[in-house]
Each structure stands twice: as C-alpha cells, then as structure tokens.
Design a protein around this ligand. Structure first.
Ligand code: PMP
Length: 422
C-alpha cells in the first residue's frame, strides 16, 4: 500500500467533514496581505511554510514571560523555560512516534540533522572503501555532507537512479546494495519533484544487509503522517520552518542504540557530564548532541505547531492537499507550452514546471507582480536539473491553506507569462 493510500484508507470518517479552508486561512495572519496590489498567493511552502497565530503567540509568550536559559538554572524562569522546551520534545516524540523522547535531538533544521549524523556516525564508523547510497533526487543537504565524508575517508558515494517521471529504480537500488554499503540516506519526499519515495521498502531492503538508513523528512513531515517505528528508519530529520513553525527549529531522530555509540557533534556547554583539562565525559541523550544554548523560542514554537497540526487533523489536511495537488496538476499541465517536471504516481505538495522559451526566473518575477510567490531555481537539487536537462524550474508548492482559486490565479498568471513572451 502506498503512503497516501495508507493515510486515506486507514483513517475512518475522513470524507465526513469537508475541509473548511477559509476557516483555516484565518489562522495565518500573513496570508491576509496584498502584494503588488493583489491578494498574496503563497505557493512557496516547500521552501518555508507560514506560521499560524497560535505558534506566534506561543513564541512571544516565551519571550514575554519565560525568557531565560534552559537546564542550568534553578530559578523560576529557567525552570519554566526548561519545562516548555522539554515539553516540545515530548510533542515531537508523539508526532513521529519515537519510542523514547531521548531519541529526539533538537537541531536547527534538516541540514544540521544530516550533518550531525555525518559527523557523529559517519566519521566514526565509515572507513576507506566503504559505500554510502543516496538517491538521484536528493537535496544538496543530503548530498554534500556525504561527499565531504567520502572525500575525507576514501569512501564511495553511490546513487540510486530514477526514471523520467522522477521515480526511483528499486532494482538498481538492489544492485547497489552490497557488503561495502555502510549507510543509505534518502529523502522521503523530493523537494524538487514532489515524489513520495517508498522509504519503508528502501529501509527494509537495507536492513536485510544490516545497513542503517537515514530518512530526510524535510518535505514529508509537513505533508504526510510519519511513524518512525513503523518505518523502522534509523535516523529521520525534519525542519520546523517547513511545518508551520519558526526557522531555527528542527529535529534529528535516531535509534537509541545508534545515538549512544556515536560521537558528539559539537562540543561545549550542556553536552558534558564532567570536564577537566585532561578529559571530558559526555552527557546522556539527548543532551550529548545539544551543545550550547539552542533556539529555545523556535523549538517551543515547533511544539505549538505540532499541537496546531493535531488540532486541525493531519490526515484531513493530507487528504485536502492531495485533492489540491490533483486539481493543480490537471489545470497547469493543460496549458499549452507548460511541461511538468516530476510526474511520479505518488506525489506530495510540489508542482515543478517549465514554460517553453521562458526562463524560470522570468516566470517567478512575472508571477510575483501578480502577487504569487513561487520558487524559481534549481531548488538545491542541481543533479535533478541535470537529469531533466533544464537549468531550473518554477515550483509551486502547496499547503492545506491554499485554495483552488489560488491555483486558478496561478494558471491565469502562467497564461499571461506565455502571452508576454509569445
Ligand atoms: N532536504 C530537503 C528535501 C529539503 O527540501 C530541504 C529544504 N529545502 C532540506 C533538506 C534542508 O532543510 P533546511 O534548509 O531547513 O536545513
């Protein structure tokens, strides 16, 4: 069963209550503004999503009433801040269904999460001649750290290829897995193509060879439901700013037995048990990986964003987003001169496209004049652009607060672009 089918079929009563998108939009103050005299149409959610009022309120409550450093203080404010921060960690645990709250390490985002594993696990356990498998559709955040590691260690990076629809070729993956493979690191959902990868299957095949798997969940956490125990992934990372929380928040999940045998990431305060000039011993999980003062307000905000997602019904949000994506795919692909990049059977949120004879940057600029925010560029996935032989794409990416009317506005604006350049 596919990831989407699983969510839609296994949640009873999803169809009973229609999605009241106008009600939901009320929760997001940023959406109420006009840009260039037009109502803002925000379709850049894969880069950063918007923040609901309840999350803003929770962050400002910390700044107004609780602002102080965590863990080290015995005073009232520090204890309140610590309770809020650690409370957010428990919310994360439940959100991804980790077994133990100590398996949820707070980081600045997916990039830092992947780098933590590269330094803590990779530099300790990956040796000359070993191999790391990634996929052809990775974000640079899940390519460059592994390349750096391979260079340092004399290890080899192997890449699971994809087809023209932007789907991974699992037979080729099987052929890459061998006794030299020491880690597999793939994204759950591609930010450039929208493909939902069959990560459960990818993980199961790696585990048959005894190989741990890191899932880059930057684009899946906001658009799917995630259960790290069901996936059985060894590491899973997410970025708060893509899931309705402030920038600077994020998580790397790791199985206890792996995190415990890893080296720390950064050294400093809060990650130690004892320090002498001769030797330092490290704190237990999760503190071992959280050196220095973290982004306290942002991580508390991530906890509030999770509360918000639970309150609106994550499965219902997934269902609505799938409907919207289907509508947008039909509407935009019907425009003559437009080619979609990324047509996998299972997709989430993302519609990447090019327009014949128009550079994507010009598309982005003209759409901005219409108040429509899309991203134009390589989306930090240059190998994907090279595969499709395009310099860049324009990318509309949706959230559960977007509407069919906004898709129509996008379609009209694209038609305008084509007119300008014809
Ligand atoms: N992986 C994927 C799939 C992403 O889309 C992104 C952000 N575009 C990242 C990793 C990096 O996330 P961040 O910049 O929040 O660290």
């Amino acid at each position: 069963m596919s990831a989407i089918e699983k969510i839609l079929l296994e949640t009873p009563g999803l169809e009973d209550e229609p999605w009241d998108v106008e009600r939901i939009r009320e929760d997001f103050p940023v959406l109420k503004q006009t840009v260039n005299g037009k109502p803002l149409v925000y379709l850049d959610n894969a880069a950063s999503s918007q923040v609901p009022q309840v999350v803003i309120d929770r962050g400002s409550k910390y700044l107004r009433e609780e602002h102080s450093n965590i863990h080290r203080g015995v005073h009232y404010l520090s204890q309140r801040a610590t309770t809020a921060y650690e409370g957010a960690r428990e919310k994360v645990r439940r959100f991804i269904n980790a077994r133990d709250v100590r398996e949820c390490i707070f980081v600045r985002g997916a990039t830092e999460g992947i780098n933590l594993v590269m330094h803590g696990y990779g530099r300790k356990f990956i040796k000359e001649g070993d191999e790391i498998i990634i996929s052809a559709m990775e974000h640079h955040a899940n390519i460059v750290p592994w390349q750096m590691l391979c260079e340092e260690k004399g290890a080899r990076l192997r890449v699971i290829p994809m087809n023209e629809a932007g789907e991974l070729l699992l037979d080729e993956y099987d052929a890459l897995l061998n006794e030299r493979t020491k880690l597999v690191a793939v994204n759950h959902v591609s930010n450039a193509l929208g493909t939902i990868n069959p990560v459960k299957e990818i993980i199961a095949r790696a585990h048959k060879m005894g190989v741990p798997v890191l899932i880059d969940g930057a684009q899946s956490a906001p658009h799917l439901t995630v259960d790290v125990q069901d996936l059985d992934c060894d590491f899973y990372t997410l970025s708060g700013h893509k899931m309705f929380a402030p920038t600077g928040s994020g998580v790397i999940y790791g199985k206890t037995e792996l995190l415990e045998k890893m080296n720390p990431f950064q050294g400093g305060g809060d990650m130690i048990r004892t320090v002498t000039f001769e030797k330092t011993t490290y704190a237990g999980l999760p503190n071992k990986f959280e050196a220095g003062t973290p982004a306290i307000a942002s991580q508390i905000g991530l906890g509030a964003a999770i509360d918000y997602l639970n309150s609106i019904g994550r499965e219902r949000a997934v269902r609505y987003e799938q409907e919207l994506l289907r509508y947008a795919t039909e509407r935009i692909s019907a425009i003559e001169g437009v080619t979609l990049i990324g047509t996998a059977r299972e997709k989430a949120s993302v519609l990447s496209f090019i327009i014949e004879n128009v550079h994507p940057h010009d598309v982005g600029t003209i759409l901005d004049q219409e108040g429509i925010a899309v991203r134009a560029g390589h989306h930090c996935a240059q190998p994907v652009m090279q595969f499709f032989k395009v310099p860049a794409t324009a990318r509309a990416s949706f959230a559960f607060y977007n509407t069919k009317e906004e898709v129509d506005a996008l379609a009209h604006a694209i038609e305008k672009v084509i007119e300008v350049f014809s």
